[in-house]
Ligand binder design. Sequence first.
Ligand code: PLP
Length: 482
Amino acid sequence: MQSIHSVTDKNLYEQVADRIQQLIAEGTLQTGDRLPSVRKLHEQWSVSISTVLEAYRLLEDRGFIAARPQSGYYVKQTFLQVPDEPHQSAPPQKPRHVDNSLGFRVICTIRDSQTIKLGAAVPSMELLPLQALNRLMGQILRQHPTLAHAYDVPPGCESLRHEVARRLMDAGCSIAPDQIVTTNGTFESVFLSLRAVTQPGDTVAIESPTYYGLLEALEILHLKALELPTHPRDGLSLPHLEMALQKKRIAACALVSNFSNPLGTCMSDAKKQQIVELLAQYEVPLIEDDIYGDLYFEGTRPKAMKAFDREGLVLYCSSCSKTLSPGFRVGWAVAGRYQAKVEQLKWVINQTTAIAPQLTIAAFLSNGGYDRHLRQLRRAYQSQMARMTQAIHDYFPAEARVTRPDGGHVVWVELPECCNALTLYESALQQHISIAPGQIFSPSGSYANCLRLNCGLPWSNAIDQAMLKLGELIQQQMQAGI
Ligand SMILES: Cc1ncc(COP(=O)(O)O)c(C=O)c1O
């Protein structure tokens, strides 16, 4: 590497920082990449250790890199050249019945192996520890040849509930294993929770846009949805929630608390606490979906809203579907006051979750290197999201806005008003590209000009080409609309 020393007014550490910043801007160092160790850079660039340290601190202050304990410095998701973020949503303020059959149609495209799956929020199998899970499952079946075939009753496998309780400490929750019921994934946890706290005809307050699976559950349970304005960074609008509570319009509230789907919102602790306390004031239960909580890109795990629950009114729902295995269908619920009801519903609907997957996940959480795996997964998602955002910048019209989540693996794109995401979905599908059109995330059919893209798949030439094609299809729509 050429010497860093040059004639300029800047201090040497600032020159080092500028040079590294340039390497990030040019893409030599990409999001999630580890920077050279302090000692290595000291040797390579012939600058003192304290100069390198100063430069790294300056880059941290500028927001380009972050230190990870006992690991070094990494390039942060900085979005050097990215589109603006969408504004707070403004859905119609009226409870309405839900018909989301379109959401189910869209999700079915994941079956087609020829399709580039930018539509469904699926993790890539390459990024999951499948070999380790398969090995553990084999060991478990050999060690307990009859156990996996026996009947069981809720709340489910003790060893899994113990591991989940231990992990929930990182989310700020003090939960005993016997407060947890195991389920067939987050979706079932949410479904059972909704069923436990509502009656047909009730209204549930939701973020807007929201996860379309939640809308399908509301539809099946004959519940109405009240869409609340939601900001991609700040989350749900508190004044609108308060207004709905004052008018006694809602029986429950259902939210994705961390790196929501589709906006990627992660509310501050203060906001989470305010929402939990406000709902408690009106004795309205909160169904918290925390499926993406372990997928934060920087710092420490964000708190669950359950951490602020003093009244047992938060029904916490999560699973290992986005981190270990979607197909194992292993999830859990911590239903507070409603635990007995949730356990009974679980029993009536499908008795228990299959025992072998529960034991396998418990074994992996206890000694399979979950934290190490998560570190790699988070880095991969962060880098894939940065690539996706760059592709949106490069290939989509300049007016497009995109969210900048600090975790999870989906982004939400707002196109110019004249675009129609459903038409785009149909024409993209003909090119073997799936996207999730904005309309499926709202019971009022809002967000016709929006789409959600999955960043769960390792970046490839095929994905890059798919994004280029999507950009062309959008341009065609815009030209036709003019
Ligand atoms: C917000 C949210 N909740 C729940 C689910 C479904 O989770 P599971 O596969 O654990 O049932 C998903 C899947 O995409 C999701 O994004």
